[in-house]
Design a protein around this ligand. Structure first.
Ligand code: NAD
Ligand code: TYD
Length: 361
């Protein structure tokens, strides 16, 4: 048995691949990992799999139809688990083109290739095949304070080029099921955090900036709310949906953990004060309010009752346990941080933060 994973060298994809091959229940299944190794993909995340007989890494792009066709024909996977995407909202504001290409065109290419392969199957293999599309809660748009959390039937109201491209991909997946009968499942998850998270996103950026004594740039008033989920809980939820999710359904995945950005940043500072005290004083001194993100969504919240009711999944980590593990991981993995901060990372910091002068908010 084989899985074709896309984007398995990125943050969530690499956690998924590592967890899959570490679990005795699935460790005998080969993972073919197709990843273009953009700035966000990093083979060091998978260093522990070097020479692993069940991990086949393929450096390539999901928009290349001939490549995807070849991989499907050669490896005959029982499922495609599709993580590959451009994933950062701020980058989508500066350069939306790559998001349209990978997130929309790439998903279209995979769906067409999967449909072609699936149509050659019969019997049990055809019935068992799955196309699992990994998506985000951002497709639902922004919630007012006190409004009920996103359910799976919440209207799609994406507000950023990133979320619009993910919404488009969700619609394609839905249509390929409805029109062609392709056996799909989609999951829409809230903000993840944990090991191997590229330090352009809020939590790892704050940890690595604090350790470097750099400003901690909080957009706007810092009162934007996100639901945060430890990445290993996301990978366990995907496994549950892949194994037992109903065809054509979507499942929201969340941590029951809504928090304002400024509270997240303060919590990280407090943990660092405990684990790596700085002679200059609390890391909170570095908090700097900067110009807001254009079109910044105010609040996301996930109602994760469907996946609990149908599949019995709930997060194993609380935010307290997850964020402590995460900060400890970054303290223990300075080499990884230094490596991903080389090259293009610096250009990105200049692009995103140079124009955001510190504000009084
Ligand atoms: P990431 O940016 O860390 O990783 C993306 C991976 O995809 C990288 O390894 C990159 O090299 C690869 N990739 C990009 N373009 C590609 C292409 N054209 N062909 C092949 N590979 C390509 O992203 P992530 O945070 O791990 O997110 C994974 C998925 O989960 C995405 O679909 C994202 O929308 C979704 N998601 C992320 C979060 C989150 O908080 N990070 C939350 C919910 C859903
Ligand atoms: P991010 O990690 O980029 O995820 P997303 O935009 O997909 O939710 O950002 C999380 C929140 O943190 C979001 O409200 C924007 C905010 N943020 C900052 O305040 N400062 C920063 O430097 C970054 C990267 C994000």
């Amino acid at each position: 048995m084989t899985l074709l994973v896309t984007g398995g060298a990125g943050f969530i994809g690499s956690n998924f691949v590592l967890d899959w091959l570490a679990d005795p229940a699935t460790a005998n299944e080969t993972v073919v990992n197709l990843d273009a190794l953009t700035y966000a993909g990093n083979l060091r995340n998978l260093a522990s799999l070097q020479g692993h007989p069940k991990h086949v890494f393929v450096h390539g792009d999901i928009t290349e139809r001939a490549l995807v066709d070849r991989l499907l024909a050669e490896h005959r996977p029982r499922a495609v688990v599709h993580f590959a995407a451009e994933s950062h909202v701020d980058r989508s504001i500066h350069g939306p083109g790559a998001f349209m290409k990978t997130n929309i065109d790439g998903t279209f290419t995979l769906l067409e290739a999967a449909r072609g392969f699936w149509s050659t199957l019969d019997g049990d293999a055809k019935a068992a095949f799955r196309f699992h599309h990994v998506s985000t809660d951002e497709v639902y748009g922004s919630l007012q304070p006190g409004a009920p959390a996103f359910t799976e039937t919440h209207p799609y109201e994406p507000n950023s080029p990133y979320s619009a491209s993910k919404a488009a991909s969700d619609h394609l997946v839905r249509a390929w099921h409805h029109t062609y009968g392709l056996p799909v499942v989609t999951t829409n998850c809230s903000n993840n955090y944990g090991p191997w998270h590229f330090p352009e996103k809020l939590i790892p950026l704050m940890i690595v900036n604090a350790l470097a004594g750099k400003p901690l740039p909080v957009y706007g008033d810092g009162q934007q709310i996100r639901d945060w989920l430890y990445v290993k809980d996301h990978t366990s939820a995907i496994r549950a949906v892949l194994a037992r999710g109903r065809l054509g359904e979507t499942y929201n995945i969340g941590g029951w953990n809504e928090q304002a950005n400024i509270d997240i940043v303060r919590r990280i500072c407090a943990l660092l004060d405990e684990l790596k005290p700085d002679a200059a004083g609390s890391y909170a001194r570095l908090i700097t309010f900067v110009a807001d993100r254009p079109g910044h969504d105010r609040r996301y919240a996930i109602d994760a009752r469907k996946i609990e009711r149908e599949l019995g999944w709930r997060p194993a980590e609380t935010f307290e346990t997850g964020i402590r593990k995460t900060v400890e991981w970054y303290l223990a993995n300075g080499d990884w941080v230094r490596e991903v901060q080389s090259g293009g990372y610096r250009d990105w910091l200049a692009t995103n933060y140079a124009a955001r002068a510190a504000s009084a908010a």
